[in-house]
Design a protein around this ligand. Structure first.
Ligand SMILES: C[S@@+](CC[C@H](N)C(=O)[O-])C[C@H]1O[C@@H](n2cnc3c(N)ncnc32)[C@H](O)[C@@H]1O
Length: 240
């Protein structure tokens, strides 16, 4: 059953194991390249919200940025510190960030918005702590993906992806590799409205796919949109 922090406390060990030393297939094959391409234009300070065991924080630091990773799960913060004893990792939630206004050049959410219950508060908080002229970089599960599931087609053909109740926001229990957590579905327009209402400007939007279509694991992310990567800028003009 899911439990504390929507299952993340009890799933921490399984999550650490699933990431391993090098990252899971999805990150290594699809998302890291898309995220790091956006990171390349940035320097200075970062905040990684929902950093887990800290893999992306380490990648940002390797690229010369310095900053903080936050996560509500103690065991994950402990694992992050074990990997990177000199790094700055703190317990915290995305909905209420314990940082001053305009603190970071780059605020990151790498597959954590779907885990954050009050995503509207989190986007408001991300906006608040990002510097004017800075960016918010987000990798998220695609809303089409979180609204559906693979089903064997009734006519005996191959599997098909069925989407239902796309416009309804809600949580579903997701279980894989011993992880048992709640994930939230929201239509893409709900995310976009919140970013736009906070005065942010969209600098980048992509739906990354695996580069090697012959890899059998690619199928589920090429037939159906699996991920979105977005970069939103907090414009200097908002300062006034
Ligand atoms: C799918 S994992 C991603 C971890 C990491 N960003 C990565 O890509 O390896 C989602 C993370 O969001 C964290 N999380 C759950 N609720 C949160 C909240 N309210 N605020 C911030 N992070 C949260 C979980 O503890 C978990 O570490």
């Amino acid at each position: 059953m899911t439990g504390e922090i929507n299952g993340w406390t009890d799933s921490a060990e399984a999550w650490i194991a699933s990431i391993g030393e090098t990252g899971d297939w999805t990150r290594k094959t699809v998302l890291d390249a898309a995220m790091l391409e956006r990171v390349n234009g940035h320097s200075g300070t970062f905040l990684d919200i929902g950093c887990g065991e800290g893999r992306f924080v380490r990648m940002l630091q390797d690229r010369g940025l310095h900053g903080v990773g936050i996560d509500p799960v103690e065991r994950l913060i402990e694992a992050a510190k074990q990997h990177d004893p000199k790094g700055d990792y703190r317990i915290g939630v995305g909905e209420q960030l314990a940082f001053e206004d305009d603190s970071f050049d780059l605020t990151v959410s790498y597959l954590s918005l779907i885990d954050i219950e009050d995503f509207r508060a989190a986007i408001r908080e991300m906006t608040r702590v990002t510097k004017f002229g800075g960016s918010i970089l987000v990798a998220n599960l695609a809303s089409h993906f979180t609204a559906g599931k693979w089903e064997r087609s009734a006519d005996g053909g191959g599997k098909r992806f069925e989407i239902d109740n796309y416009h309804e926001e809600g949580a579903s229990r997701e279980q894989w590799l011993g992880i048992d957590v709640l994930n939230w579905h929201r239509p893409l327009s709900a995310y976009f409205s919140e970013f736009l209402d906070n005065g942010l400007i969209l600098k980048h939007f992509s739906e990354p796919v695996p580069p090697d279509q012959s890899d059998p694991k690619s199928d589920r992310y090429t037939r159906v949109p699996g991920f979105v990567v977005m970069e939103w800028e907090k414009p200097q003009e908002m300062k006034a």
